[in-house]
Design a protein around this ligand. Structure first.
Ligand code: SF4
Ligand code: MG
Length: 318
């Protein structure tokens, strides 16, 4: 039940309540070891904020985060330092996240230095990491500007793996790359997952990007989870109108079944002033009276544990 609310300065817009932006507004999900969970939604839906809260780069306003059975919500200092090794992040823009004045060797070895990995082991790991992400050993003497976008993301991936983490949160790692390069990087990430036994939370605004890499997918809208389930269930039989709309926009998904096209109306409302009731009602083609006043709760909608939050999704007990 993670919430991340940011205080807002503009008081005139609001009357009695303290003005807050509810970037993440009570989401719950779990990720199994070795699994990839795709976390999808339009920009501004809170998915990156959720990722940062899980990594504890941002403090949750409320709710609890468990990692390997342990409640890490209040971890500080040395406990947090140890945890840092096990949870890493790959950012959307590899160029912005690489120091232009540092060589590739310095960049990849930096986390190892911080955690005092022995010198010879640092060098061995550097060579192995360059190799597994598809870079050459001589690349280590070069600087970020000498590489293409795809290569820079490979460098970002190598750095994220430097400390042999268990969980990697991938925040739109291919969104800034050419479509032709996206598949290469996703394939690489799948190979690395096998080789290093990684668990991924893979954030994307596009359902087509996470289709192949994810085991399960979670869809967010205005800070809330609206649907979650196995990739097959969610892509073949989405139960929430928002997921249906996102999938209607994905041309590759068409051959799987004759799906009803759901076209979104209007723009994404501001998370500072979200609609009452179902937050999606201002854009939902199926909205009825109840949707304006009553907030739908997550319920099970397939025997495999697919869940959706819509008044009109049929509950299935599995
Ligand atoms: Fe649409 Fe109503 Fe379902 Fe919300 S609860 S998704 S508005 S039909
Ligand atoms: Mg983002």
């Amino acid at each position: 039940n993670i919430k991340k609310h940011f205080p807002l300065k503009n008081k005139q817009l609001f009357s009695s309540e303290k003005p807050v932006l509810k970037a993440v507004d009570g989401i719950s999900f779990s990720v199994q070891k070795g699994e990839t969970l795709g976390l999808v939604g339009e920009s501004g839906c809170g998915k990156s904020t959720a990722g940062r809260v899980i990594l504890k780069l941002l403090e949750a306003s409320s709710g609890n985060i468990y990692f390997k059975g342990e409640n890490i919500t209040q971890f500080k200092g040395e406990q947090m330092r140890k945890l840092r090794k096990e949870m890493q992040v790959i950012f959307q823009d590899p160029y912005a996240s690489l120091n232009p004045r540092k060589t590739i060797a310095q960049t990849i070895m930096e986390p190892m230095k911080i955690f005092q990995v022995p010198k010879d082991e640092q060098n061995q790991r550097l060579e192995r990491l360059l190799d597994v992400v598809g870079l050459q050993s001589y690349h280590k003497y070069r600087y970020p500007h000498e590489f293409s976008g795809g290569q820079r993301q490979r460098i970002g991936i190598a750095r994220a793996l430097a400390l042999d983490p268990e969980l990697v949160i991938c925040d739109e790692p291919v969104s800034a790359l050419d479509v032709s390069i996206q598949a290469q990087v996703i394939n690489l990430m799948e190979d690395l997952q096998q080789e290093f036994n990684l668990t991924y939370i893979f954030i994307a605004h596009d359902l087509s990007v996470v289709h192949h890499i994810s085991d399960r997918v979670a869809v967010m809208y205005l800070g809330e989870l609206v649907e979650i389930g196995n990739v097959r269930d969610v892509y073949q039989d989405p139960k929430h109108p928002y997921t249906q709309a996102l999938l209607s926009a994905v041309p590759e998904a068409d051959p799987y079944h004759e799906k009803q096209r759901v076209i979104l109306k209007g723009d994404l409302p501001s998370p500072a002033t979200p609609p009452q009731g179902c937050k999606f009602h201002t854009r939902c083609p199926f909205a009825e009276e109840i949707c304006h006043t009553e907030k739908p709760v997550m319920k099970q909608v397939s025997p495999d544990g697919q869940m959706a939050a819509c008044h009109f999704a049929k509950e299935v007990v599995g």
